[in-house]
Design a protein around this ligand. Structure first.
Ligand code: NAD
Length: 460
C-alpha cells in the first residue's frame, strides 16, 4: 500500500505516515456514498442544519487542539490557525442561518388552477478536491453547503493538509453526518486524478490554475457541474488622497504577508501614486521588517515556514528574474538559514510588468511595488493579468475608488480593505482565477439542480 508521509515544514521532520487510497478503495467509498446520499437527501433540511451546527460547535470546543494540528502540518502561526477555525465557524453560521431561505421549495405562482414551484434537488454525490492553504475555510465553502443541500461528499484534501482533513471527518461524523455521506480520499495528485475516472454528480475544485484546467477538461465530457476556485495575482492601488500612509502601508502589508502570502486573495502586486510613493514605501518596508519570524507554535510569531519546500525555488526564481531585469531589493530576498522552509519576507521596488514577480502567482512572502502616475495608469496595470480574483483600491474618496473598481475584471472588489472573504457574498474568480461561486446564496444553490414544477390540479 502506498504511504503518504506528512512532514512538519518548520522542522522538516516526518510527523505521520498514512495509507493512501487505491482505485479499489475509492470505488468502495463511491458505492457507499451513492447509497448513503439517498437517505441523507430524505432527511429534513432542519435535521441537516442541526447536524452542521453541531459540527461548528465541536470545532469551537476543540479549537486549541485543532489549531495545533493545523500549525504542525502546514506551518501556519498558531494564532492564524485559531483565526482560521473561528472564521470557518462564522461561515457555517451564515450558511446554516440562510440555508432555509435559499434551499427550501419556492412557490412562484399560485393561481386558480395553476401552481408553479421550484424544488432545489441535490446534485447527488459530489467530489471536492481541495487546497492546503486554508483547509478549514476552503473546505467549509464546499462540503458545508453540499451537505446542507442533501448531497454526499467525497472530500479529497491536499496531501499537505491531510491530518486536518481527518479531524474534519472525525468531527463531522461526531456531529451526526452518517458514515456513508462523507468520506475522505487520502493521497497526492494521482489520487485526485483517479477521482476523475469515477462518475460523480459534480466536481468542486480549489487549487492552482494548472490543476483546475486539467480537471475542467477531464470533467467536461461528463456533462456535470464543475466549479474551479483558482489562483490570483491580486493588485492593490494606493491613491494619493489617503489620510494615513502608515496605516495603509500596514494594512496592505498584512494583505500581502498574512499566512506567509499563501492566500488565494493575498495582495500580490502593489501600485502607488507617485505623489506618496516614497513615504508609502518607507512605511511598508518598516512594517515588514517588524514582523516576527520563528517557530509557528511560538505565540507572537507572524511569519512561519512556507508549507511546501518546492515554493522556495519558485520564489527565488521570481526574485532573481526581477533583480536581473533591474528591480531593487529593499528587504529579504532569500531562503532563511537553518532548518525549516523559511523564506525571508521580501520587498522589491522599481519593478516592471514584464517581471515574473508581477505576472505569475508568487504564493509566498514576496511583493513587488510599482510607482504609477495616476488612476489611469493604475487601472491599466491592474488589468494587465491573466487572473481575476480580487482587486483593491485605497483612497479617501469613495467615488474615485468605485470608478476604478468598476473597470476591473475581478470577482471581488475592495475599497480600503483587502484579503478578506465574507460568507454573505459570492466568492468567485474570473479568467484564470476560475468560475462558479461558493458562499452567499449562489454558493448554497451551486450544489443543487433546480426542478421546475408546473402543477395543474385536475378538475376531472
Ligand atoms: P494544487 O492545484 O497543486 O492542488 C490542489 C488539489 O488538487 C490537491 O488536493 C492535489 O492533490 C490535487 N491534484 C493535483 N494534481 C491533480 C490532478 N492532476 N488531478 C486531480 N487532482 C489533482 O493547488 P494547491 O497547491 O493545493 O493550492 C494552491 C493554489 O490554490 C493556489 O493557486 C491558490 O491561489 C489556489 N487557491 C484558490 C482559492 C480560491 O478560493 N480561489 C482558495 C485557496 C487556494
Amino acid at each position: 500500500m502506498k504511504k503518504l508521509i506528512v512532514v512538519n515544514p518548520a522542522t522538516e521532520e516526518p510527523i505521520a505516515e498514512l495509507n493512501e487510497d487505491t482505485d479499489a478503495s475509492l470505488s468502495q467509498k463511491m458505492a457507499a456514498l451513492q447509497n448513503g446520499q439517498k437517505a441523507w437527501a430524505n432527511t429534513s433540511l432542519k435535521v441537516r442544519i442541526d447536524v452542521v451546527q453541531n459540527f461548528a460547535k465541536l470545532l469551537q470546543e476543540n479549537t486549541e487542539g485543532l489549531a495545533r494540528i493545523l500549525t504542525t502540518e502546514v506551518g501556519k502561526p498558531l494564532q492564524q490557525s485559531r483565526n482560521e477555525i473561528n472564521g470557518a465557524c462564522t461561515r457555517i453560521k451564515w450558511l446554516t442561518t440562510n440555508a432555509e431561505k435559499y434551499l427550501a421549495d419556492e412557490l412562484m405562482t399560485d393561481e386558480e388552477g395553476l401552481q408553479e414551484r421550484i424544488v432545489y434537488e441535490p446534485l447527488g454525490v459530489v467530489c471536492n478536491i481541495s487546497a492546503w492553504n486554508y483547509p478549514y475555510l476552503v473546505g467549509v465553502n464546499v462540503f458545508v453547503p453540499a451537505l446542507l443541500a442533501g448531497n454526499a461528499v467525497l472530500y479529497k484534501p491536499s496531501e499537505y493538509a491531510t491530518l486536518t482533513a481527518l479531524q474534519i471527518e472525525k468531527y463531522l461524523k461526531a456531529a451526526g453526518v452518517p458514515d456513508d455521506v462523507f468520506q475522505t480520499a487520502i493521497g497526492k495528485g494521482d489520487v485526485g486524478k483517479a477521482l476523475l475516472d469515477i462518475a460523480f454528480d459534480g466536481y468542486f475544485f480549489t487549487g492552482s490554475y494548472k490543476t483546475g484546467k486539467y480537471i475542467y477538461e477531464r470533467v467536461a465530457p461528463k456533462m456535470v457541474p464543475c466549479q474551479c476556485e483558482l489562483g490570483g495575482k491580486d493588485p492593490l492601488y494606493v491613491a494619493d488622497d489617503i489620510a494615513d500612509i502608515k496605516a495603509v502601508a500596514a494594512a496592505s502589508a498584512d494583505g500581502a504577508f498574512y499566512n506567509n502570502g499563501q492566500s488565494c486573495c493575498a495582495v500580490e502586486r502593489i501600485y502607488v501614486h507617485e505623489n506618496i510613493y516614497d513615504k508609502y514605501l518607507e512605511a511598508f518596508v518598516n512594517e515588514v521588517k517588524s514582523y516576527k519570524t520563528g517557530l509557528p507554535t511560538e505565540e507572537g510569531v507572524y511569519i512561519g515556514p512556507l508549507s511546501r519546500k518546492e515554493q522556495i525555488n519558485v520564489l527565488q526564481n521570481q526574485i532573481d528574474d526581477a533583480l536581473a531585469k533591474g528591480a531593487t531589493l529593499l528587504t529579504g530576498g532569500k531562503k532563511a538559514q537553518g532548518k525549516g522552509y523559511y523564506f525571508e519576507p521580501t520587498v522589491l521596488a522599481a519593478v516592471t510588468q514584464d517581471m515574473r514577480v508581477m505576472k505569475d502567482e508568487s504564493f509566498g512572502p514576496v511583493i513587488g511595488i510599482m510607482k504609477v502616475s495616476g488612476d489611469e495608469e493604475a487601472v491599466e496595470k491592474m488589468q494587465d493579468t491573466e487572473y481575476g480574483l480580487t482587486a483593491s483600491v485605497y483612497s479617501g474618496n469613495e467615488e474615485r475608488a468605485t470608478t476604478i473598481l468598476q473597470r476591473l475584471n475581478t470577482g471581488t472588489a475592495y475599497w480600503n480593505c483587502c484579503d478578506r472573504v465574507s460568507a454573505a457574498l459570492p466568492w468567485s474568480g474570473r479568467k484564470h482565477s476560475g468560475f462558479g461561486s461558493t458562499l452567499s446564496y449562489a454558493g448554497l444553490r451551486a450544489f443543487t439542480k433546480p426542478k421546475a414544477y408546473h402543477l395543474k390540479p385536475s378538475k376531472a
